[in-house]
Design a protein around this ligand. Structure first.
Ligand SMILES: *Cc1c(COP(=O)(O)O)cnc(C)c1O
Length: 360
């Protein structure tokens, strides 16, 4: 067989493996929650932790491999690399194993240890850099050595089929079809690559819905400042301990135009809300899921003040076990100087009364 013929055969087999994986997987649950302070407002949370690799990055990793393969950028035996704060690396390592490829994740050294262990358990290598802003350059270096760069930050927004193919937005809107308020007032999500918000925002317009899109991001984030000033050069004013979101720069995949609102959430409030989710659902989720809940409650309080009813949809992004030794460890929190107790008290008052209580 010639090289080109062998490449075509490998491409066909790789796509078949990805298709079989999709066929074996089920859609994720859309959980409904009710809070006493918000009669008439339905809260829905899409449980993206239920994917085989534990986060919403399962969808993205599948799309990035498909995009690389169908563009002829990924060849048999070629190593694969990407920059990641962890969740994407876990999903990409899992698909690399499925396809029989070697995978290297370039991650900040401060990434939760559990995520690093998960990548390694899947046969991936971790190349840790001390300064989180170095991950892009380091991944580009691996690509220059011959690796295929999946490039989540550069390609997330275009690798996903935003019109359909059961993307996250199509799945949510389909699952809501029989609910009392099937056209949500708001969808709330975080932004890391910006891929999820771009897909949801585009799909809402495409379907002609009135639903608005809110991005929940850590206080002082680059996305919040950038979105407000329509400035792609904005940078974060403060670091965050919430992984997956709160990027230091405005990533190329973050589409300003499809976002209707950005709510900034202090880290302590995200962590407090993450604990409240555990109480409500009986399972642990990561910090960015808590960030989403805080923004949902802020929007719900505004709806209630205006006498409105409706539904609000958000995402549970990844499982809490990944943060056993960080966000869920009281000693780690104390060392980081974070006390979620005041924010937790404020959020509990909001849940009970429906009135927004400012976060400490
Ligand atoms: C990636 C990620 C997000 C944000 O999603 P994007 O589609 O990359 O914008 C939120 N939470 C977690 C845990 C993530 O890993």
């Amino acid at each position: 067989m010639t090289g080109e013929a062998a490449l075509r055969e490998w491409t066909i087999e790789a796509l078949a493996r990805l298709r079989r994986e999709a066929a074996r997987s089920a859609d994720t649950h859309l959980l409904r929650l009710e809070f006493p302070g918000f009669p008439g407002i339905g809260f829905y949370f899409k449980d993206e932790a239920a994917h085989p690799t534990g986060s919403l990055k399962h969808r993205l990793a599948r799309s990035l491999y498909l995009y690389a393969i169908c563009n002829g950028r990924l060849r048999p035996g070629q190593p694969v690399v990407d920059a990641s704060s962890g969740s994407t690396a876990i999903s990409e390592a899992w698909f690399a194993r499925l396809l029989g490829l070697r995978f290297t994740a370039v991650m900040p050294a401060c990434t939760a240890p559990r995520k690093i262990a998960d990548v390694e358990a899947l046969g991936g290598r971790c190349d840790l850099v001390d300064d989180p802003s170095q991950v892009y350059e380091r991944a580009a270096w691996h690509a220059a050595q011959g690796a295929c760069h999946l490039d989540q930050f550069g390609l997330a927004e275009r690798a996903t089929d935003w019109r359909g193919n059961n993307n996250i937005a199509e799945s949510i809107i389909g699952q809501l079809a029989g609910e009392p308020q099937p056209e949500p007032a708001w969808v709330v999500c975080g932004a890391g690559t910006g891929g999820t918000s771009a897909t949801i925002g585009r799909y809402l317009r495409y379907r002609g819905l009135h639903t608005r899109l809110c991005v929940a991001d850590p206080a002082g984030s680059a996305f919040a400042a950038g979105w407000r000033a329509r400035d792609r050069g904005a940078v974060a004013r403060a670091p965050t301990v919430i992984e997956g979101i709160g990027r230091a720069r405005v990533e190329p995949g973050f589409v300003f135009e499809v976002v209707d609102e950005v709510v900034e959430v202090p880290d302590a409030a995200s962590i407090a809300a993450m604990r409240l989710l555990e109480e409500q659902i009986g399972r642990r989720y990561g910090g960015s899921s808590g960030t989403n809940l805080v923004a949902c409650l802020q929007l719900a309080a505004r709806m209630r003040d205006a006498g409105g009813t409706g539904s609000i949809v958000s995402l549970l992004c990844d499982p809490g076990e990944r943060y056993d030794r960080t966000l869920y460890d009281p000693q780690w929190l104390a060392r980081a100087g974070i006390d979620p107790a005041p924010a937790e008290a404020a959020l509990r008052r909001t849940l009970a009364s429906g009135a927004w209580h400012a976060l400490a």
